[in-house]
Design a protein around this ligand. Structure first.
Ligand code: ATP
Ligand code: MG
Length: 374
C-alpha cells in the first residue's frame, strides 16, 4: 500500500448512547503512514471515534473501512490495529520484558523470534537494561514507553493513541512528543492520536481533525487549521482569536468595527455577513495618527516574550500581543495588514466566541477577590 492511500475510512458514522447522539455523520479518510490527531473539547467524541476504529464500539449507522474493505462487525483482536489507552493498562505482575512480550506470547510466536522482537522494541523506546524491572518501580515516562513498546510489538498497521501523554508533567510530555514522532517515522505506521491540547496537536501532526459536539468541524494540516479556520469554533479553539461581526463588501474588501479593510479573501456574496478573525500577534500598535482603528488599553499582562494587552475599540475588547510596553489608559492606534485578516462564513458558532470582554472581567474579578482578601 502506498503512502497516500487511505488505510482507514469512516463513512457516515453515527452513534448514540442512551438516545444521546455522540457521533453525528462522521466522514474521515485516514492516509497510510500519516500522523493524524483528533482534537476537541472533553466529551466531543474523540475516544468513541477511536473505539469504533478499534472495534470496541459498533456504529449505529455507517461503515468502517480498512484498506478499502468493510470491517463492521470484525472483532477487535482481528483488526490490524492496536490501542494505547490513557491509563496504560500495563500488567503489574509482569516485568518490563514480559509486558512487551505479552501479545507475541498470545500469538504463540517462537521464542527466538519473540526475544529478538522484544529487545528491538525496548531499544526503540530506550528501555534496554530495564527488562527485569517491575512496573511499579518505573517512572511515569518509563511506563509510557513500555506501553508503546507493547503496542507496537505486534506490528499493527495502525496505532491508536488516546491521550497517551496526559498523565506526564510538562517537560516529560514535550520529550515524549518528540520521541513518539520519531518512533512513528522509524516504524512507518499510521498513528491516530487523541488530545485536547491544541499545541500538542499542532506540533506533532501531519493533519488535525477538529471535533466538537460529535461532529467534525475541520480537517487540515496544522497550518491550514491555524491560518484558515473554517468557523468561529475552530478559530477560538486553536490559539487566540479576535472574532468580529463583519460584512464582505466586495471581493478583497471587508467591513468591521465601522471601518473598511483590504483583505485577501474572495468568493462571498456582495454584502454577505461574515465572521472576521484577526490573530493577536498580527495586529500592530502604531501612533494614533497612523492607526486604522483607535482604542484604549484596558489591561496588560507581561508574558516574558511579549505583552498581552486588551484594547477596547468601541466596546469590543481585542487581545493584542506586542513587544512594546503599553500602559493602562493609553490611547493607541491599530494597524492590520490585508493578510492578517481571515474571513469565515457565518455558522452556528457565530457570536459565541472572540470578544475578550469576559477575559478582562475575569482578571478584574480575580484582582477584586485578592483585594477583598487583603
Ligand atoms: N458507553 C457509554 N455509554 C453512555 N455514554 C457514553 C459512553 N461512552 C461515551 N459516552 C458519552 O459520549 C460522549 C463522548 O464521549 P467520548 O469519550 O468519546 O469523549 P472524548 O472526546 O473522548 O472526551 P474526553 O476528552 O473527556 O476524553 C460523552 O458525552 C460521554 O459521556
Ligand atoms: Mg476521551
Amino acid at each position: 500500500m502506498r503512502q497516500n492511500e487511505n488505510i482507514v475510512s469512516l463513512k457516515n458514522i453515527s452513534v448514540a448512547f442512551d438516545g444521546e447522539t455522540v457521533l453525528d455523520d462522521i466522514n474521515l479518510d485516514i492516509r497510510n503512514k500519516e500522523f493524524i490527531t483528533l482534537l476537541g473539547p472533553s466529551g466531543c467524541g474523540k475516544t468513541t471515534t477511536l473505539r469504533i476504529i478499534a472495534g470496541f464500539v459498533e456504529p449505529d449507522k455507517g461503515d468502517v473501512l480498512f484498506d478499502d474493505n468493510k470491517i463492521n462487525g470484525v472483532p477487535a483482536h482481528k483488526r490490524q490495529v492496536n490501542t494505547i489507552f490513557q491509563r496504560y493498562a500495563l500488567f503489574p505482575h509482569l516485568n518490563v520484558y514480559e509486558n512487551v512480550a505479552f501479545g507475541l506470547r498470545v500469538k504463540k510466536t517462537p521464542e527466538k523470534e519473540l526475544d529478538l522482537k522484544v529487545r528491538e522494541m525496548l531499544k526503540l523506546v530506550n528501555l534496554t537494561g530495564l527488562e527485569k524491572r517491575k512496573i511499579d518501580t518505573l517512572s511515569g515516562g518509563q511506563q509510557q514507553r513500555v506501553a508503546i513498546a507493547r503496542a507496537i510489538a505486534n506490528n499493527p498497521k495502525v496505532l491508536l493513541l488516546d491521550e497517551p501523554l496526559a498523565a506526564l508533567d510538562l517537560k516529560l510530555r514535550k520529550d515524549m512528543q518528540t520521541e513518539l514522532k520519531k518512533i512513528q517515522q522509524q516504524l512507518g505506521i499510521t498513528f491516530i492520536f487523541v488530545t485536547h491540547d491544541q499545541e500538542e496537536a499542532l506540533s506533532m501532526s501531519d493533519r488535525v481533525v477538529v471535533m466538537d459536539n460529535g461532529k467534525i468541524q475541520q480537517v487540515g494540516t496544522p497550518k491550514d487549521i491555524y491560518n484558515e479556520p473554517k468557523n468561529a469554533f475552530v478559530a477560538d479553539f486553536i490559539g487566540e482569536s479576535n472574532i468580529l461581526d463583519g460584512v464582505m463588501i466586495d471581493d478583497r474588501l471587508a467591513e468591521f468595527s465601522g471601518k473598511k479593510f483590504e483583505c485577501l479573501d474572495s468568493g462571498f456574496e456582495k454584502n454577505e455577513p461574515v465572521d472576521v478573525v484577526v490573530r493577536p500577534e498580527d495586529v500592530d500598535i502604531v501612533p494614533l495618527s497612523k492607526g486604522m482603528l483607535e482604542g484604549v488599553v484596558t489591561s496588560i499582562t507581561f508574558l516574558g516574550v511579549h505583552y498581552e494587552i486588551i484594547v477596547d475599540i468601541g466596546g469590543f475588547k481585542w487581545m493584542i500581543q506586542t513587544t512594546d510596553e503599553q500602559f493602562v489608559g493609553d490611547k493607541v492606534g491599530l494597524y492590520i495588514e490585508p493578510d492578517a485578516i481571515h474571513i469565515m462564513k457565518k455558522s452556528e458558532y457565530s457570536g459565541k466566541y472572540g470578544d475578550y470582554s469576559s477575559y478582562s472581567e475575569e482578571i478584574d474579578h480575580l484582582s477584586d477577590v485578592e483585594e477583598d482578601e487583603n
